[in-house]
Design a protein around this ligand. Structure first.
Ligand code: FAD
Length: 220
């Protein structure tokens, strides 16, 4: 994961109001080619400074965004479009459950920062190893389970699915966020809605990427 700080006057005027809002980031392209766009979460936003931070998972040079982030240096220029919709924290929910891989860690961290005191939050997050764990700030009472994928891409090992299924989770009055690799998201969503009868209105589930697919996105 590499954190990139973006600055610009136009950034001062963006309507960033909710955690997990995201931007379409257009990567510089060779002359004559259209820039390719990829979705990245606004990890932190400071309107007055015209600044935003994004955390890029480095998964190699097989995608334009990861390849760009690996080599990014001060002074590089990106085009951005957005921001797009984020996550509305339900003030009536007393419990929050968050499940995700490294691509959704920026969103999970931002959502946790937006939770009010007096609620509980359970987070299940898969990253490559302890070096990739992050300090999470929240006013909620947080119970976080870090999972490690080793040399496999986080979100593809099946560990998140097993951890959620094996946990004792009270889903009454619970708002749930699941995002990351598409197959993982589907499996967790099916478990929660079919086996645990979580009403779909309490669940936000989004495939942020899919093994083998460029620029994949699914959402419901
Ligand atoms: C709303 C939204 C918000 C997102 N926020 C973030 C964010 O904050 N940080 C972040 O890192 N990602 C985030 N993502 C995921 C990111 O957009 C995808 O991972 C994207 O495919 C990366 O583009 P790329 O150019 O690196 O690779 P692509 O050109 O899209 O894909 C090339 C190859 O790399 C594989 N690949 C793509 N992503 C990964 C990965 N994470 N690990 C392993 N292999 C991969 C693909 O399966 C494909 O085979 C978000 C996605 C969405 C929809």
């Amino acid at each position: 994961m590499r954190r990139v700080t973006l600055v610009g006057d136009d950034i001062k005027r963006l309507p960033v109001e909710h955690p997990a809002q995201w931007m379409k980031v257009f990567l510089p392209a060779p002359p004559g080619r259209k820039p390719e766009g990829r979705a990245y979460t606004i990890r932190r936003y400071e309107a007055t400074a015209g600044l935003m931070e994004m955390d890029f998972v480095l998964h190699g040079d097989n995608g334009p965004a990861s390849a760009w982030a690996e080599k990014a240096k001060v002074g590089d220029v990106l085009q951005l479009a957005g921001p797009r919709a984020g996550y509305r924290v339900d003030p009536a929910a007393s419990r929050h459950l968050m499940v995700g891989d490294a691509t959704s860690l920026p969103a999970i961290a931002a959502i946790l920062e937006a939770l009010p005191p007096g609620v509980t939050a359970d987070a299940f997050i898969e990253v490559n190893g302890t070096d990739e764990e992050q300090k999470l700030e929240t006013a909620a009472s947080l119970n976080v389970t870090w999972l490690h994928s080793g040399s496999e891409p986080p979100g593809t090992t099946g560990q998140l699915e097993l951890a959620v299924q094996g946990a004792v989770l009270d889903l009454s009055d619970c708002q749930v966020w699941v995002a990351g690799e598409s197959f993982m998201v589907r499996a967790v969503r099916t478990y929660l809605t079919v086996d645990r009868l979580l009403p779909s209105g309490r669940l936000h589930a989004a495939g942020y990427w899919k093994m083998g697919d460029a620029d994949h996105r699914d959402r419901d």
